[in-house]
Design a protein around this ligand. Structure first.
Ligand SMILES: Cc1cc2nc3c(=O)[nH]c(=O)nc-3n(C[C@H](O)[C@H](O)[C@H](O)COP(=O)(O)O)c2cc1C
Length: 186
């Protein structure tokens, strides 16, 4: 049997909210990781608003964010849906990470997921997120799609995801991310 090295995944939640369902999804993912995978969850709340005049040098907090992306084997991005798209906070973070030198998002395998209180579980935000990621040269995994609808009804008060179908899809997504990462970034 082939021995694989551990894959270190960086989790990014597009919501800054303390009780965020998307951040809760990442915490759930951490409990469901397949063997040989780690997940660190990174805060993006401290990133300043992107300003092209502030790239040389990048603010320290931005440089650290970019470095953590560069060092990660893959990303797991949980996106809320704001007005049919990704949150401004997530777009801002991706804009910082998209810039040269080195463009840390380039060729980076990414799995995406999302939770919303609406009926469509971030499907529109995820489509926009795929578009952004493809534009910057990242490698978003296609399936399974993890779309957690009516999040206020499927998480308990402690942020535990109760929906068995969503839990199964999340497990499948993490399982699929491992071979995707090994194939795309050997
Ligand atoms: C500005 C704003 C716009 C929103 N637009 C949508 C939307 O387009 N679709 C949707 O399903 N939910 C929408 N919502 C509701 C979010 O799904 C809900 O606030 C969710 O809890 C956000 O994710 P979080 O729990 O990770 O913060 C919106 C919420 C806000 C604050």
């Amino acid at each position: 049997m082939t021995e694989h090295r551990t894959l270190n995944v960086l989790g990014i939640s597009g919501s800054l909210r303390e009780g965020s369902y998307n951040t809760a999804l990442l915490r759930t993912a951490r409990e469901l990781l397949p063997p040989g995978m780690t997940l660190d969850i990174m805060e993006i709340a401290e990133l300043p608003l992107f300003n092209q005049e502030n790239e040389n040098p990048f603010p320290a907090v931005v440089a650290e964010f970019r470095e953590r992306i560069a060092l990660a084997d893959a990303l797991l991005i949980a996106s809320p849906e704001y007005n049919s798209s990704v949150s401004g906070a997530l777009k801002n973070a991706l804009d910082w990470a998209s810039r040269p030198p080195r463009q840390p998002l380039k060729s980076k395998p990414v799995a995406i997921l999302g939770a919303s209180t609406g009926n469509f579980g971030t499907v529109r935000a995820q489509l926009h997120l795929r578009q952004i990621l493809t534009h910057v040269g990242a490698l978003p995994l296609g399936k399974p799609e993890v779309l957690v609808a009516r999040a206020d009804q499927v998480f308990d008060a402690d942020g535990n995801l109760l929906d068995q179908v969503a839990l199964g899809l999340l497990r499948d997504l993490l399982e699929a991310l491992a071979p995707w990462t090994r194939r795309m970034a050997p």
